[in-house]
Ligand binder design. Structure first.
Ligand code: IMP
Ligand code: MG
Length: 178
């Protein structure tokens, strides 16, 4: 598995530092609010699990799964809800947790969908973004790192369902998917 990685771009240490910073900021911003964390399956699970332990206020978690990629490294352009939230979000302060914002298509769809459900506020926290590739005008409120225009895996990010268990984030060797 590790042999398929061309280069590590974010180490465990760098990820840990950033997650702690984000958690501290979220703790401050959401003090006194009714925070619901929405983890976007499956990629955001390690990030969400680490991040919530850095948020020092009451919160609840819920999960949503959407599909946009399948077993490819390019977006299909189609976003579909595979699993919806278990609970309503009326009057809640919602924070969507994403692994990466690439074209922005998935996030735009999610925001449009969730905005119809009566939340008090909806914000987005993404660990990674690929600014270069943004084709849709959406911005995350909390961002970890910008990554180069390469296909990255690890710490939740997958290629064909694999590599999510790598503790760091690395560029996948192109020969693996070409
Ligand atoms: P977007 O809709 O193009 O912004 O893509 C968002 C989704 O595509 C993310 O939630 C990821 O699941 C996936 N994705 C985009 N870029 C990468 C990457 O470099 N590695 C792994 N997954 C990616
Ligand atoms: Mg994904």
């Amino acid at each position: 598995m590790e042999n398929d990685i061309q280069e590590i771009i974010l180490t465990e240490e760098q990820i840990r530092t950033k997650v702690a910073e984000l958690g501290e900021q979220i703790t401050k911003d959401y003090a006194g609010k009714d925070l619901v964390i929405i983890c976007i399956l499956k990629g955001a699970t390690p990030f969400m699990a680490d991040l919530i332990r850095e948020i020092k206020i009451h919160l609840t978690i819920d999960f949503m799964a959407v599909s946009s990629y399948g077993a490819s490294t390019k977006s299909s352009g189609v976003v579909k809800i595979i699993k919806d939230l278990d609970s309503g979000i009326e009057n809640k302060d919602v924070l969507i947790i994403e692994d990466i914002v690439d074209s922005g298509l998935t996030l735009k769809y999610l925001l449009e969908n969730l905005k119809t459900r009566g939340a008090n506020s909806i914000k987005v926290c993404t660990l990674l973004e690929k600014k270069e590739r943004r084709t849709i005008n959406v911005v995350a409120d909390y961002k970890g790192y910008n990554v180069p225009n390469e296909f990255v895996v690890g710490y939740g990010l997958d290629y064909d369902g694999k590599y999510r268990n790598l503790p760091y984030i690395g560029i996948l060797k192109p020969e693996i998917y070409s």
